[in-house]
Design a protein around this ligand. Structure first.
Ligand code: BGC
Ligand code: ZN
Length: 364
């Protein structure tokens, strides 16, 4: 079968031929990959700036956002049957007995750093024809979500963030927890992670603003208004305007991976506010930030900064429910996130190219 591989040593990205995997253990499931999404992480790996192949392989099969159809199940698999649709989780636990999170199904909180991530770090990914994995890493997706199920993995970034925010809000005294001014949220960035985050916020009842360098009449900007969020162009409005226009900003969801704009916006986070970082910037030269202002605000306004990497099983399951809800509320906007579909033969060009919102490889 074909797979898209990145060779860090020879700096090549190409389709390789691999043996088709089969279920070896009783809890394993074999999936025919239907679609695989491309994200910034794949582009970084294909640019040899991120990720690591499995220890015994000269190359890394990339792809960590995949929707598949079950074609074979091991004898003790209980939750899936052939014909079901499923999405694969990304992180796999480290091998150390002492790692509580990994031993308890939360490798997203691994304390040793020896976790693997399929398609990213130490394990092959999903930009291929068939994948076998243990049932515990698969999440069933209803057939009605066939068209957009490939968006589930990027949505789990927002789901994990929401899980963190629910905990962080508990610190507020009772009367503040349901204060309506606590429902102003700003999303920085209008790529897939930002737009899916904005959908989650709108669906959760937040007054949601998306702060983005593009224009309101771009495809991204049109999705923002279609879901009932408001668009603010960062090229027209400096961060100081944001606070004036929005009012008290209780929640900022960062989805750019760019530190300059993120810290600029952090400086206008409101009273008792929470700032969630989701982006992974490349390693570049240090930047200048208004650290004293930020530190003063953090202290005097009881602010929290929280980084989050996705995601546990609960976030995937909540994502399935949310994707169903989004498809009820604004189906055209959800569909519009996928701006290109191409075949596995064209996957290399698609990963190396930029543009559009979400490109998806259609495998079967
Ligand atoms: C993936 C996550 C992963 C992160 C860091 C993201 O693109 O969606 O699953 O944990 O990159 O490698
Ligand atoms: Zn990703």
């Amino acid at each position: 079968m074909k797979a898209l591989a990145v060779f860090p040593a020879s700096r090549e990205v190409k389709i390789v031929d691999r043996p088709e995997p089969d279920c070896a253990g009783p809890t394993e499931v074999k999936l025919r990959i239907l679609e695989a999404g491309i994200c910034g992480t794949d582009r970084e790996i294909a640019d040899f700036r991120y990720g690591a192949p499995p220890a015994d392989s000269p190359y890394q099969i990339i792809g960590h956002e995949a929707l598949g159809e079950v074609v074979e199940v091991g004898s003790s698999v209980t939750g899936l049957v052939p014909g079901d649709l499923a999405v694969l989780m990304v992180r796999r636990p480290c091998p150390h007995d002492g790692c509580g999170p990994c031993r308890n199904g939360r490798p997203d909180f691994c304390i040793t750093g020896d976790f693997t991530e399929r398609g990213i770090k130490g394990a092959h990914g999903y930009m291929t024809e068939f994948v076998v994995d243990d049932e515990r890493y698969l999440v069933k997706v209803p057939k009605e979500l066939r068209e957009v199920g490939v968006l589930l993995e990027p949505l789990t970034v927002a789901e994990k963030a929401a899980e963190q925010v629910r905990v962080l809000v508990q610190r507020l005294p009772g009367n503040l927890k349901d204060d309506p001014s606590n429902l102003n949220a700003v999303v920085i960035g209008a790529g897939p992670i930002g737009l899916l985050g904005a959908m989650k916020l709108v669906d959760g009842g937040f007054n949601t603003w998306v702060y983005y360098r593009g224009q309101a009449d771009s495809p991204n900007g049109r999705i923002v208004s279609a879901i009932g969020a408001r668009f603010l162009s960062s090229t027209e409005h400096p961060p100081a305007d944001l606070a004036k226009i929005v009012g008290n900003i209780s929640l900022i969801y960062e989805a750019t991976g760019v530190a300059t704009i993120s810290f600029d916006v952090l400086s206008v986070l409101g009273v008792n506010g929470v700032f969630i970082f989701t982006g992974v910037p490349g390693v570049r030269a240090p930047i200048e930030i208004d650290a004293e202002r930020i530190m003063r605000n953090l202290v005097l306004n009881n602010q929290v900064i929280c980084g989050t990497v996705n995601a546990g099983r609960d976030s995937f399951e909540e994502g399935v429910r949310d994707l169903e809800s989004f498809m009820q509320r604004f189906p055209a906007a959800v569909r519009a996130l996928i701006t290109a579909r191409m075949t596995l033969d064209d996957a290399r060009d698609a990963v190396l190219a930029k543009g559009g919102i979400k490109s998806v490889i259609t495998v079967a």
